[in-house]
Design a protein around this ligand. Sequence first.
Ligand SMILES: NC(=O)c1ccc[n+]([C@@H]2O[C@H](COP(=O)([O-])OP(=O)(O)OC[C@H]3O[C@@H](n4cnc5c(N)ncnc54)[C@H](O)[C@@H]3O)[C@@H](O)[C@H]2O)c1
Ligand SMILES: [Zn+2]
Ligand SMILES: [Zn+2]
Length: 361
Amino acid sequence: MPHKVQAVVVRAMNGPLSLETILVPDPGPGEALVNILTCGVCHTDLHYQQGGISDNYPFLLGHEATGVVAAIGDDVTNVVVGDRVILNWRAVCGECRACRRGEAQYCFNTFNATQKMTLEDGTELSPALGIGAFAEKTLVAAGQCTKVDEDVDPAAVGLLGCGIMAGIGAAINTGNVGRGDSVAVIGCGGVGIAAIQGAKLAGATTIIAVDIDPRKVELARALGATHGVNSRDEDPIEAIRALTGGNGADVVIDAVGRPETYRQAFYARDLAGTVVLVGVPTPDMVIELPLLDIFGRGGSLKSSWYGDCLPSRDFPMLVSHYKQGNLDLDAFVTERIGLGQVEQAFEKMHSGAVLRSVVVL
Ligand SMILES: NC(=O)c1ccc[n+]([C@@H]2O[C@H](COP(=O)([O-])OP(=O)(O)OC[C@H]3O[C@@H](n4cnc5c(N)ncnc54)[C@H](O)[C@@H]3O)[C@@H](O)[C@H]2O)c1
Ligand SMILES: [Zn+2]
Ligand SMILES: [Zn+2]
């Protein structure tokens, strides 16, 4: 018998979010049914609403979640009923060419649940990032559940399920930030500030926060940045160079994902430095750069999907750092809201009023 639960759905491009009854099947082989405790509102949910990711409407939104395993299907060995889990969108297959060469963080064949969640009339839902957790229950592949300690605030650690992991990983995994490095982060929303925390955790000594919103620059400074640049008032390339002995930063992380911010990242990094693109561009965006500059400046231009994380390795490690006080996940939880307030949370995210609104179920 499918479970009837309340969930946040968007039916058409730029359409309103609606709180609807959906049907969630019992888990089949390899699947887990999860009672959701908390789910953060990520910019990627807004991208789904606006058609920036795909046009497979209706979408079941929400994907930065903590929950408790309510039921498991056959052949599930990694979790048991009652486990506290963070949901991830990288359940690795173990068999694709990336997995076989020992780079499961790039798995090209990640799992989601096989069975579909539906609207009451049977219309299949597309869960955001294969999760769909603005709902009382969701159905995922068991590998999308990463068991973590129970003695922590679910709202805080659940953010590791997407944006905060993406930001931290952009610094520590993709950017390979090392002790003494200089790092600049363009865009200080949840993802960018997480990249700042990641850079700090990795031992960077100069961490420059760049945003067009002075409130975000200030917040980033309170949460680990050593310097702040308001890129509405000053040229961020010149400012970052000035703060790094005229050279540019070793690693520049673009946590916005627009042609102008990527260009800034490209020219604000030192020779042989690294650019990490973690912000997600939309399909219409195009960038033109002199090929000679790409060649002549050397280094590497990388993209970071999900912070190149391996959930089974990185979530428990980061929860430990959180418990030890090395990582301030509480600071990302600006407000706790109900399922019916996600649309307002989008507006607050858009206006820069919050780092993360977290739905508590
Ligand atoms: N790569 C991944 O796996 C991954 C995972 C989660 C989110 N994301 C993406 O990361 C991006 C950021 O997400 P978020 O949740 O932090 O969003 P957010 O809306 O909370 O923050 C975006 C920040 O960028 C700033 N900004 C906007 N335009 C700017 C500009 N031109 N220059 C400087 N700053 C600018 C805003 O003021 C805001 O502070 C989004 O594109 C999101 O889709 C990527
Ligand atoms: Zn794989
Ligand atoms: Zn996300």
